[in-house]
Design a protein around this ligand. Structure first.
Ligand SMILES: [Zn+2]
Length: 343
């Protein structure tokens, strides 16, 4: 029987200080050329080791080879000019200077497949691999070619599907698409966002997940959260459509956030990665705090479908804090496993 409540992380983990400046998003690399390639692989091995030592069941690359969860994937595509910058508003929240789509987009070669093979060789645990979702990708670019968010999203979905099929062939067990944009553009999500995501997973036999969160613990996000009121009901807008979708697992922010837990009822039947670790604070959860969040989620998610997880990526945290949080996640899950086996 598969272990109950298998733990995992949303994706990114802090990078070692010899590879990139710590506790920072978009942190520039400290190495170059062949040394950088080797450094990224060493960091990936370390990230794996830290997850395994903390008892994490479904491991990832900790996103050690990417500078950013969206941009690094796009950098490998043709049709996007990184020197031609335009300022756009990202997720209706903050302005950023972004690259421009100047022609038809395509993927000349695999982006992460070699990294995935490397990770597969190093562990026999289940592997989860994160890719950006189509809607979050278009929201990080200026489109000077298709002039249609929907058209560009379908193009990216086709490209993501190519990458996902190769990741599956490399031995990845769960492919996750990060779609924080699903928490913002509700009409588009329901009109074509979920459909584009389903295009990205077409033909896959491995499990698929979508991660929807309230973002990293950076200022633009914490300021935005202050405007959301006492109950965060954003998930309510997209859950009914997701419940009907072909995506197997929904990854959510649940700990220390104002998301009413009963919204999980709307995705009844899906597997749920329940965020039980807050990534926007340095204080490390106690195992009992983690267990409390999981216990609440169990009212709406079957024990066989609950996957304890982090709210979001931990890239901006210190390694020490991230390590503590991984251990807390595992210890909290263990409390609930014991309770379940006693009942
Ligand atoms: Zn996230």
């Amino acid at each position: 029987m598969q272990k109950l409540l298998p733990t995992s992380t949303a994706g990114s983990l802090p990078k070692p200080s010899w590879l990139a400046e710590p506790e920072k998003l978009w942190s520039p690399w400290k190495l170059e050329a062949a040394q950088l390639t080797e450094g990224k692989r060493d960091a990936l091995s370390l990230a794996l080791q830290e997850q395994q030592q903390a008892g994490i069941d479904i491991v990832s690359d900790g996103e050690q080879t990417r500078q950013h969860f969206v941009t690094t994937f796009i950098e490998h595509l043709s049709g996007v000019d990184f020197d031609k910058r335009e300022t756009v508003r990202i997720r209706d929240r903050y302005d950023a200077s972004v690259p421009t789509v100047v022609g038809a987009v395509s993927r000349p070669k695999s982006v992460f497949v070699e990294d995935a093979r490397f990770l597969r060789r190093k562990t026999s645990k289940l592997i989860k691999w994160a890719l950006p979702g189509p809607m979050t990708m278009i929201d990080t670019l200026y489109d000077g070619h298709y002039k249609s968010r929907e058209k560009l999203a379908w193009e990216f979905a086709r490209i993501l599907n190519q990458e996902a099929r190769e990741l599956e062939a490399a031995g990845v067990d769960i492919i996750q698409f990060d779609e924080p944009a699903f928490n913002v553009f509700f009409d588009e999500v329901n009109d074509w966002g979920v459909a584009a995501l389903e295009r990205a997973v077409e033909g896959l036999r491995c499990e698929t997940a979508v991660h929807i969160c309230y973002g990293y613990g950076i200022k633009a996000n914490t300021d935005w959260k202050k405007t959301l009121g006492s109950e965060w009901r954003q998930y309510e807008e997209v859950f009914p459509r997701l419940q009907q979708s072909s995506i197997d697992i929904i990854s959510l922010e649940c700990h220390n956030s104002r998301v009413p837990m009963d919204l999980l009822e709307l995705i009844r039947g899906k597997k749920v990665m329940v965020g039980a670790i807050d990534v926007a604070t340095d204080s490390i959860e106690s195992p009992e705090e983690v267990a409390t969040t999981l216990r609440k989620a169990l009212q709406f998610v079957g024990a066989d479908k609950l996957y304890p997880c982090t709210n979001c990526g931990m890239a901006p945290l210190s390694r020490e804090v991230a390590r503590g949080k991984l251990q807390a996640l595992n210890a909290g899950a263990e409390i609930i496993r014991t309770e379940l086996s006693a009942s």
